[in-house]
Design a protein around this ligand. Structure first.
Ligand SMILES: Cc1cc2nc3c(=O)[nH]c(=O)nc-3n(C[C@H](O)[C@H](O)[C@H](O)COP(=O)(O)OP(=O)(O)OC[C@H]3O[C@@H](n4cnc5c(N)ncnc54)[C@H](O)[C@@H]3O)c2cc1C
Length: 383
């Protein structure tokens, strides 16, 4: 490349479609390296599809604390967090298993446009570095250098329920029961007087109302849930390990690439990591596929095996699973090991990939003439 062409490409802005965690992490990485960045966000604000949702930033896939990992990547941690140490899990019979971990298993964070959310913190950092964020700007075509970070394109899992206010103390509660959340889990999260209760299901999307009602009934019965001002909320997750995460010359990051924790849907860390890797590939000229396949693919492959094994457990198996793992002396380390590649998981990989593909064809929905929002997807292009 001649000096003149190199200078031109350095002066040209890099466009990013989507101001979610993946797009903003990419924007921050590029801006910190002195590049001009324009982020297009289809909605009028960041985190629009989450609107105050509580989510867990998982802290078990690395030995190092996730907040330290973010700081080392040059990303802000200036958002409200609640460390998830002690909580409760229930099996399908209602038996309670107390969760206790010396180190946080996750950090509860708020998503959406509010002042204390993960999304707003990333936005503030990006803008302070000179990133131009254009709201109400739905990017349909990308001409020059750019990154596609537009979120999920399909629904492989959904989490549906309510946001609400409450007088209850902070905490988290989980139920593993296919009658409430087929092949997934139901959860209740409370932080600073606000709560989220959801059924996270990997099948049975058409019966979502029934599962949400059963989830509410179960949390009322088991922990005395009372919601003030409940507001319905739901969203989908897109889990897929692509052959290549390029669309033409443009890297795909986060859930637009299908990057997700296929086991339980803890996608935020993969979104952020892939955003950073895509930005580095633009800065260094390294191949993005090589980077994510080295750094992220082994973990994602293991999570597919974990998903298939988890979905075979059924209501009887969940009790066994909770007894075995929740009781382990170092739960964070046990989880970390379960997410690491190992020879048994490598052996199971082809079988798991076959099983997972077939399970994505949700038997409860043929997707033919279906107008449920999960079949429509959530990208603004479909709205
Ligand atoms: C209900 C629910 C609960 C979840 N809970 C957890 C959890 O506890 N822990 C966890 O780690 N993960 C959780 N996840 C997953 C996590 O939210 C996602 O993995 C993560 O947000 C993906 O980030 P992203 O940047 O790829 O996409 P998004 O966060 O979806 O951001 C994409 C952005 O792109 C914008 N956009 C779309 N199309 C265009 C376009 N053409 N032009 C411009 N902008 C566009 C969208 O408006 C959006 O703002 C949950 C997901 C849901 C739905």
């Amino acid at each position: 490349m001649t000096d003149k062409r190199r200078n031109n490409s350095i002066d040209n802005p890099i466009e990013i479609a989507g101001a979610g965690p993946s797009g903003l992490a990419a924007a921050i990485t590029l801006a910190r390296a002195g590049r001009r960045v324009i982020v297009h966000e289809a909605h009028k604000e960041v985190g629009h599809r989450f609107g105050g949702d509580f989510q867990g930033l998982e802290n078990w896939t690395t030995r190092e604390d996730v907040l330290k990992v973010l700081q080392d990547l040059g990303l802000t941690t200036d958002f409200t967090t609640m460390p998830g140490r002690s909580g409760s899990a229930f099996d399908a019979s209602g038996k309670c298993y107390e969760i206790n971990s010396d180190e946080p298993l996750f950090y509860l964070v708020e998503r959406g446009p509010g002042p204390d959310t993960l999304d707003s913190a990333l936005l503030r950092q990006a803008q302070s570095l000179g990133v131009e964020v254009r709201f109400n700007s739905c990017l349909r075509q990308m001409a020059g250098d750019g990154i596609l970070a537009a979120g999920p394109r399909a629904a492989d899992a959904i989490a549906v329920g309510y946001h609400f206010e409450t007088d209850r103390a902070d905490g988290y509660w989980v139920i593993c029961n296919d009658d409430l959340a087929p092949k997934g889990y139901a959860y209740l999260l409370i932080m600073n007087g606000k709560g989220t209760v959801k059924s996270c299901m990997f099948s049975g999307f058409k019966q979502e109302k029934l599962y949400v009602q059963r989830t509410l009934d179960a949390f009322q019965r088991l922990v005395g849930l009372e919601m003030k001002n409940p507001r319905p909320h739901g969203g989908s997750g897109n889990f897929r390990i692509p052959q290549s995460a390029y669309s033409g010359p443009h890297p795909l990051v986060g859930e637009q690439a299908g990057f997700q924790d296929t086991l339980w849907g803890f996608g935020m860390r993969l979104a952020i990591s892939s955003g950073v890797l895509a930005a580095r590939s633009l800065l260094t000229g390294d191949n993005y596929d090589t980077l994510w396949q080295r750094e992220l693919k082994p973990l994602m492959k293991t999570s597919v095996v974990n998903r298939v094994l988890f979905s075979l457990l059924g209501n009887r198996g969940y009790g066994w699973f909770l007894r075995r793992y929740i009781a382990s002396p170092n739960l964070r380390e046990s989880l970390r090991r379960q997410y690491q590649p190992s020879w048994p998981k490598r052996l199971l990989d082809p079988w798991a990939r076959y099983r997972y593909e077939s399970q994505r064809k949700d038997a409860a929905c043929d997707h033919v003439d279906c107008h449920c929002i999960w079949c429509r997807g959530e990208c603004c292009i479909h709205e």
